[in-house]
Design a protein around this ligand. Structure first.
Ligand code: GLN
Length: 451
């Protein structure tokens, strides 16, 4: 109840939450109390958890922060949240996000901007918490919950984690089921946790992960002990550093942060090895072809007939046009247009098919690198959090935020962002640890060593 009151009280300042359900929270909390009183309890027993508005929570409005889904109350529970509730987690609230998870700033949520709890020294200018899981990151960073769910399609867990001084992790593609999570770009979507510490994030992922027969790309593999992995020694591990991540115009402090991470891992007994990921420069263009292609196809279902809002028109086509024209924001419309274009008969081979081939190359780069190293260390983002009123003259500037994170989605491999210090104005920066498929344990071990 204390957590719920604090979350509600934070709304005027942060606007991180988009739906509460006091009855549900209190019912779950009382059930947890009773279990704890009997000396029972799961991994997350009694922990208040914030849920990105992409995950269906039965009976609670789920909109993916889009007007088109206003009023949609799913009659089912997403697998990830169901697993968290089974471990005793308590639903605290839904968190706002960039509309349909498209973005890196949390400015496109239909419930308004989410504001980071951080401020640059000597300034009271509102900052972005990052996105798209910005509501979740702001809620964790402001100590309003034990942890939160996020989804990461191109960086949407790791970038907001880096911007808010929290830990954001995604596992191997398929490790956490996508069932009951609003689909964005299905082959890139990775559910995962945002938490205060690496160990908390391992506890959350432990609860979230596991095979789901309802989801065709869910991994059948057993879930390793992520929590135990946090205590593993990293001595003797080989850590890769790829020169391709030293991008043009990268601020010096990001370079210094990277060097600091390298030094920390050396001091912990790791060996630093140069690796090359030659196709990195094609990652953003590849991502921004595959992502809109899949998004345009996934978003075709919002026709005003089955979910959420409908704007009645003169006839059926007019109803579709009005519903989609008014229900989707500008960035969502842009992705649908780009996606439809790259999938159209005349351009399919030139764009989409080509992007799939480059995707294969990017995956092979990682496979080759992981023959030599156990993990790869990079900065999480090319800068610290930007101001909410920062003007981006074109959408590509916003897309550049994902330059270090999209590769792990393209390859479907584990990656996490760990807070690694503050920039000159006192804002958090993150370091990213990437490992090979199915090796989240090394990711957590190296992440814990950086903490
Ligand atoms: N910023 C990226 C995009 O807009 C990533 C979003 C995400 O990971 N959901 O696609």
């Amino acid at each position: 109840e204390t957590a719920l009151n604090a979350a509600e009280a934070s709304q005027p300042a942060l606007n991180a939450f988009c739906a509460f359900d006091r009855d549900l929270t209190m019912t779950m909390a009382r059930a947890s109390d009773a279990k704890l009183a009997r000396g029972e309890g799961g991994l997350l027993e009694g922990a208040p958890l914030a849920i990105k508005d992409l995950f269906a929570v039965k009976g609670v409005e789920t909109t993916a922060s889009s007007n088109i889904l206003k009023g949609f109350k799913p009659r089912y529970e997403s697998t990830v949240t169901e697993k968290m509730w089974a471990e005793g987690g308590v639903f605290l609230a839904k968190t706002a996000m960039d509309e349909f998870a498209m973005g890196s700033s949390n400015k496109t949520a239909c419930t308004g901007h989410v504001v980071s709890p951080w401020r640059a020294e000597g300034s009271d200018k509102g900052l972005t918490p990052g996105g798209s899981s910005g509501g979740s990151a702001a809620a964790v960073s402001a100590d309003l919950c034990f942890g939160a769910t996020g989804t990461d399609t191109g960086g949407s867990i790791r970038q907001p984690a880096a911007f808010t001084g929290t830990v954001g992790a995604k596992g191997t593609y398929g490790r956490c089921s996508r069932w009951g999570a609003v689909a964005f770009a299905s082959s890139l979507d990775h559910p995962g946790p945002i938490a205060k510490t690496v160990r908390d994030s391992a506890i959350l992922m432990q609860a979230m992960a596991g095979h789901d027969p309802k989801e065709s790309t869910s991994l059948p593999n057993d879930v390793p002990d992520f929590v135990a992995a946090c205590g593993r020694s990293v001595k003797g591990l080989k850590i890769g550093v790829a020169k391709e991540y030293r991008v043009d115009g990268m601020p010096e402090e990001i370079d210094a942060l990277w060097q600091q991470g390298i030094d920390w891992l050396k001091a912990a007994g790791c060996e630093i090895v140069d690796v090359t990921l030659p196709h990195t420069k094609y990652a953003l263009p590849t991502y921004y072809i595959i992502n809109p292609a899949e998004a345009s196809s996934n978003l075709a279902r919002y026709d005003g007939m089955r979910f959420g809002q409908r704007v009645e028109g003169a006839d059926l086509t007019d109803t579709y046009e009005k519903t989609r024209g008014q229900g989707f924001g500008a960035e969502v419309q842009r992705r649908i247009l780009m996606g439809t274009y790259v999938l159209s008969a005349g351009y399919y081979d030139a764009y989409y098919l080509k992007a799939l081939k480059v995707r294969r190359r990017i995956l092979e780069d990682f496979e080759n690198a992981f023959e030599k190293v156990d993990a790869i260390l990079t900065p999480s983002t090319p800068s610290a959090a930007f101001a909410l009123d920062a003007q981006f003259t074109d959408p590509i500037q916003m897309y550049l935020n994902d330059v270090f994170t999209v590769t792990a989605n393209i390859a479907g491999i584990p990656a996490m962002s760990v807070p690694a210090g503050l920039d000159a104005s006192g804002l958090p920066l993150g370091l990213q640890v990437i490992t090979k498929a199915l090796d989240e344990e090394t990711m957590f071990a190296v992440g814990a060593a950086l903490e």
